[in-house]
Design a protein around this ligand. Structure first.
Ligand SMILES: C=C(O[C@@H]1C=C(C(=O)O)C=C[C@H]1O)C(=O)O
Length: 393
């Protein structure tokens, strides 16, 4: 039997009640998983570590899932407070291999003719983050906090998940893709940010922090990149993340740490970031989940100091984040695997999509400019929803 085509995989995703899609922009990883052989709801790092030991050994398959950003609970959700699953069948697209048994497809596709009925945004966000800016001006030890906002988009009809996957792949080719479906809930991320990848003891992570918009042509785009690279506020914001990642990896006994002195520019369709790739070698008694839990949340999503930033996030943000900005990804049966950071993301259920975006706030941040930055960061998901309204399939 030949391997399924991309279109067949996307179709199966839409028709399965539980499904996952995970792909990395370097083309090294691309998985679809359908059905569920095992699941863990409300997963913490320790619980997942324990749960892995209970999985059947006869047909080893990767597991996929995500951890909530913090301990705050999203009401009535089995997905957003941490969720892991082992699919009944996993398609490894890069290696043209499948593991497991095909599942019964339970959903019915009707014709899709969605319209956007209402968009509810947090227009008071700049006023609320000003509190944090004022606090940081007074208290110099409060160095950075990343504050998020949520934008709700009500649709007239259900999402066409096949079209969503297609457009995600074509519009966000420089990002990691993660789409996790559990019954009527869906979490989608087109993130530029890797938290940690482990391959045969080799560790790779990255700092992605500091943002500017894209230019309308090559010259203005390069000028904006130069502005970002030389901007003191963004360089401090970035350096805070690099230094903290380095400290935490050293504390986790990671060897042969390689941390470049200066950042590069990473370009995504809507924004460009300061970016520093970091590599090292895992200590013999350490593992992927331990490193993910040591790193999360980096000051790219939380802040510095970590505990103050987490308290500030819980107080200033209106709703818990759930999987937004949490570690999401996969673990192989041999313990290798990869976690990315669940930003540029949305949570969807029953015709209602919640889109998430945040920005790193420092004492000299301008609340309106940060608001505009979050608007750009909402665009990857907003555009996917707009495409749904032009659905001709
Ligand atoms: C929090 C987000 O992005 C994070 C914040 C960034 C910044 O403030 O410059 C850049 C990349 C991410 O680490 C988001 O996209 O929602």
């Amino acid at each position: 039997m030949g391997f399924l085509t991309e279109e067949e995989l996307q179709n199966t995703f839409a028709l399965a009640s539980d499904a996952v899609y995970f792909a990395t922009p370097d083309g090294q990883t691309k998985y679809y998983g359908f059905g569920k052989q095992a699941e863990l709801i409300g997963a913490s790092f320790d619980q997942v570590q324990e749960w892995l030991t209970t999985l059947k050994k006869d047909e080893p398959k990767p597991v996929f899932g995500g951890f909530a950003f913090d301990d705050q609970q999203v009401a009535d959700s089995e997905l957003m407070n941490g969720y892991f699953m082992q699919p009944a069948i996993v398609y490894d697209v890069v290696n043209h291999k499948s593991i497991g048994q095909p599942i019964d497809l339970v959903r019915h596709q009707t014709s899709f003719n969605t319209t956007i009925k209402q968009v509810t945004d947090e227009n008071d966000w700049p006023v609320r983050i000003q509190e944090a800016i004022d606090d940081m001006k007074q208290n110099k030890q409060h160095a950075k906090v990343v504050l998020g906002r949520q934008c709700q988009v009500a649709l007239s009809d259900p999402l066409d998940e096949k079209q969503l996957l297609e457009k995600l792949q074509s519009s966000q080719s420089t990002s990691y893709h993660f789409v996790l479906k559990h019954c009527d809930e869906l979490f989608v991320s087109a993130t530029p940010e890797r938290l940690v990848k482990i391959t045969n003891g080799q560790l790779a992570t990255a700092a992605v922090a500091g943002t500017i918009k894209r230019g309308t042509d090559v010259v203005s785009d390069q000028a904006l990149a130069d502005t970002l690279w030389h901007d003191a506020k963004n360089r401090i914001e970035h350096e805070t993340v690099v230094a903290t990642i380095k400290e935490r990896l050293q504390a986790a006994q990671v060897q042969a740490l390689t941390v470049p002195d200066e950042p590069q520019i990473m370009k995504n369709p809507q924004v460009q970031h300061l970016y520093t790739p970091i590599t090292g070698q895992l200590a013999p008694d350490s593992n992927l989940l331990q490193i993910a839990s040591a790193l999360h949340p980096t000051p790219a999503l939380g802040g510095k100091p970590r505990d103050w930033a987490l308290a500030e996030i819980a107080q200033i943000e209106k709703q818990p984040r759930g999987l937004f900005s949490g570690p999401i990804g996969m673990i192989d049966p041999d313990g290798d695997g990869e976690f990315i950071v669940g930003i540029r993301s949305m949570w969807y259920r029953e015709n209602l999509a919640t889109l998430f975006a945040g920005a790193g706030i420092l004492a000299d941040s301008d609340a309106q400019m940060e608001y505009q930055e979050t608007a750009l960061k909402l665009l990857p998901m907003m555009n996917l929803l707009k495409e749904q309204t032009e659905n001709d399939g």
